[in-house]
Design a protein around this ligand. Structure first.
Ligand code: DQA
Length: 139
């Protein structure tokens, strides 16, 4: 069974509550349950942290063992050289995802410190970005 980790960074624990016009009104835990049913042939894991160090520790923990990581690093995408380096250091492929289309938003969201080290980037499809990320990893 393939092992895939979905990782959410800062403020994504507030999905369903936070800026609903941008991020929608569904909470991630209920969405994750639906994803698990949809991908019953996969071992799907979920990790969320608001802390950059905790995200890096988790990437190190699974990054030589899991078959893929779907990563929404939230605002750290645009600020964190360390997260980019963590992705470069591991062997597990990572797909960067965003719920919103970051390219339609403020200019500071247009740059990613992670993308270069990821297999690809998916953004702008709402929560469906995560499903598309999984599809890309298992293809
Ligand atoms: C986000 C986009 C980021 O710019 C923002 O900081 C987030 C969420 C997204 O999923 O659209 O926290 O990663």
């Amino acid at each position: 069974m393939k092992k895939i980790l979905i990782m959410n960074g800062p403020n994504l624990n507030l999905l369903g509550v936070r800026e609903k016009s941008i991020y929608g009104s569904q909470d991630f835990v209920s969405y994750f349950e639906a994803l698990k049913q949809q991908f019953a042939s996969l071992q799907l894991h979920y990790f969320q942290s608001n802390s950059e160090g905790a995200l890096i520790d988790k990437i190190h923990e699974v990054g030589f063992d899991f078959d893929g990581i779907v990563l929404n690093a939230g605002a750290y995408t645009h600020t964190s050289v360390a997260l980019g380096d963590a992705i470069a250091a591991i062997t597990t492929p990572v797909v960067e995802v965003h719920i919103s289309n970051v390219h339609q938003r403020e200019e500071f969201r247009h740059h990613s410190f992670l993308a270069k080290n990821c297999q690809g980037v998916i953004c702008g499809f709402g929560l469906d970005s995560y499903r598309l990320g999984i599809e890309a990893l298992i293809k």
